[in-house]
Design a protein around this ligand. Structure first.
Ligand SMILES: Cc1ncc(COP(=O)(O)O)c(C=O)c1O
Length: 371
């Protein structure tokens, strides 16, 4: 069957929390010719990706490169390299992905502590300072864009308090990179990891990791090997600098896609891109609120701009609503708990202001649209 039938995947409008719609340049790039892993052309593409990632992450870190995994692999890389067995590891837990970080810490044999917060709320500076003063952790982790709740947490107060206590700071930037400010150096993040398939609009499979010089020094001095070989940053890093020592076989199409996605970010301008997402998010929030949806994140300043979590109006069955959107080829995410997660459809609208898809608007007004 595979020999006789050509694939024809449906064209969806993917407005869930990830994957996002693919940047058209990234799609095209993936069909370009492959090179060897030390071909000067490919090494130059990698160097340009590293430069683009530094820009988007807001860092000067030399150790900035993509690893071969989705965001969870990058999370495992951060935890596996920087959380030693027996280390005291504090996770700021206000959502599903913070819980995943904590689960990974437990598997590494860390002494876990949690600072818990109601889902849908961000941590205040006082809460961060108190938790760190109380627990005296060696490593602290937080999620900058908690996809499961829609909360943004810059991490400034967490990082400042952690550094005062001599702790390393890990930040999950899976949902923020390319759509909202990460500002790794300004915030004081030691280890940031992200993904390809959200704010960068690439397919999943390569995930950026960036490590500060202080954290890298710590890693170089780590006495025992980390328990993971594939995600061992000390080994992985050797490929990204001369003499480019083989570690694993990279996938050129994914690197090409990331190169073009970062080129699109550079062309648009990071500030303009953030502004586009901010405006789109505000419009989506205001439109949905008018329709009777209730934002899960009560404080507008704590909301992610490009991902919104809402409770449907009473009497609206969210599963049926998603079914109707699916008939229009629009995908949004099913709830974790009692909320929906439509992403602000900003990447389709580089220059326009409208957020709601016209077909959604027609649907709202009773016209079933072009099915
Ligand atoms: C905040 C956050 N961290 C980690 C992950 C895991 O990433 P992946 O699904 O690419 O493994 C996700 C995925 O949605 C996420 O939103």
């Amino acid at each position: 069957m595979t020999a006789t039938r050509r694939m024809a995947p449906p064209k969806r409008l993917i407005y869930g929390p990830g994957p996002s719609m693919i940047e058209p340049r990234a799609y095209e790039a993936m069909s370009q010719p492959l090179t060897g892993i030390r071909d000067p052309y490919f090494l130059n593409i990698i160097a340009e990706i590293q430069a683009g990632l530094r820009e988007a992450l807001g860092t000067m870190n030399a150790k900035t490169f993509p690893i071969p995994a989705s965001g969870s692999g990058a999370m495992e890389t951060a935890v596996g390299n920087f959380v030693r067995p027996g280390a005291k590891f504090l996770v700021f837990a206000n959502g599903h992905f913070a819980d995943r970080l904590a689960a990974m810490g437990t598997r590494q044999g860390a002494r876990m502590t949690h600072c818990e917060k109601t889902w849908g709320e961000a941590f205040s500076a006082e809460e961060a300072e108190d938790a760190i003063a109380r627990d005296r952790p060696e490593v602290v982790a937080f999620v900058q864009g908690e996809t499961s709740t829609g909360v943004y947490q810059s991490g400034r107060a967490i990082a400042a308090a952690a550094h005062q206590a001599g702790a390393l700071v890990i930040a999950d930037c899976v949902t923020t990179l390319g759509a909202m400010p990460v500002e790794m150096d300004a915030v004081g993040i030691d280890v940031a990891y992200s993904c390809a398939q959200k704010g960068l609009s690439c397919p999943a499979g390569l995930s950026p990791v960036s490590v500060s010089s202080a954290a890298w020094e710590w890693l170089e001095k780590r006495a025992e090997d980390s328990m993971t070989w594939y995600f061992d940053l000390r080994l992985l890093a050797k490929y990204f600098e001369p003499p480019h020592i083989y570690h694993h076989t990279p996938s050129p199409p994914l690197f090409y896609a990331m190169h073009e996605a970062l080129a699109a970010v550079e062309e648009e301008g990071l500030r303009q891109r953030f502004e586009r997402h901010r405006r789109a998010g505000e419009q989506l929030a205001s439109g949905l609120t008018k329709l009777g949806f209730e934002p899960l994140v009560k404080q507008p300043q704590d909301r992610l701009w490009h991902l919104m979590t809402v409770r449907p109006p009473s009497g609206v069955d969210e599963a049926k609503l998603r079914e109707r959107l699916a008939l229009l080829n629009v995908e949004i995410e099913q709830p974790r708990g009692n909320q929906l997660r439509p992403q602000a459809a900003a990447h389709q609208r580089r220059r326009g202001d409208a957020v709601a898809d016209p077909r959604l608007e027609r649907e709202r007004q009773g016209d079933k649209g072009d099915r």
